[in-house]
Design a binder for this molecule. Structure first.
Ligand SMILES: Nc1ncnc2c1ncn2[C@@H]1O[C@H](COP(=O)(O)OP(=O)(O)O)[C@@H](O)[C@H]1O
Ligand SMILES: [Mg+2]
Length: 223
């Protein structure tokens, strides 16, 4: 039994971990509608949420179309890891790259790289979403990401989500060879999940449209 003060301190520590993880939303698996996404192996996700893969320094690669719940699942796992007192870093791929590029500009790159590399669990969300900026005189996104993934490889767990096919990473990240090297490392000890199913965003949009339609008074002009 924890004393009240100890419990309070623990709660405070967990809150700090969540705040510094980069998670902006607190998604949980309790709020995930499994029936909506029957192609997703619920027991595998629940098993992953027990975080043994993080303790084993394994990786996780989740692919699927937009709106299938990739970010939700990874954010929920990341939140669990915070609650288990792990050091977590979460970022969308483009934001992580922006952070490292900012470090190249002001000399803080080594420090930033170390910070991303040191987390027990690093979540790189939404690879393939958004424009990876191509900058003159700077390493490609593939190069930057490779440095990070190589540092973490077999030392700490990295979870990645992608809405593009893994075979399209080379084009997206600007270097086919290095993209293949990243995927090689991730694939070596990775759990792979492909969510082949409908978009929850689409569902929400359809429901909203229906609701708007339903609340129109009978005598209102049709749009
Ligand atoms: N099966 C689901 N049950 C409940 N909410 C879901 C489900 N799938 C997705 N969502 C919600 O829909 C939105 C889009 O999902 P997200 O995880 O961001 O998709 P993706 O990352 O695959 O594009 C989020 O708000 C997410 O919480
Ligand atoms: Mg996403």
């Amino acid at each position: 039994m924890l004393g009240e003060e100890a419990a309070h301190k623990l709660e405070h520590r967990i809150e700090r971990r969540i705040m510094s993880s980069g998670l902006r939303e607190r998604k949980t698996l309790e709020t995930f509608d499994w029936a909506f996404q029957p192609g997703l192996d619920k027991s595998l996700v629940l098993e992953l949420a027990r975080l043994d893969f993080v303790r084993r320094h394994d990786d996780l690669v989740v692919t699927g179309k937009s709106g299938t719940g990739k970010s939700h699942v990874l954010q929920a796992i990341a939140l669990r890891a915070c609650q288990q007192q792990m050091t977590v870093r979460y970022a969308r791929c483009v934001d992580l790259l922006d952070d490292l590029y900012a470090g190249l500009a002001d000399g803080t790159y080594p420090k930033r790289l170390r910070r991303w590399a040191a987390a027990d669990l690093l979540v790189i969300d939404d690879v393939g979403l958004g424009q990876v900026k191509k900058r003159e005189d700077e390493p490609t996104a593939a190069h930057t990401l490779f440095n990070l993934v190589d540092r973490r490889h077999a030392r700490a767990a990295t979870a990645v989500s992608s809405n593009i096919k893994l075979s399209a990473w080379g084009k997206y990240l600007g270097d086919t060879t290095l993209a293949a090297a990243i995927l090689d490392r991730l694939a070596m000890h990775a759990v792979r999940i492909d969510i082949d199913g409908p978009s929850y965003r689409q569902l929400v949009a359809t429901e909203r449209a229906k609701q708007r339609g339903a609340t129109l008074p009978d005598d209102s002009p049709q749009p």
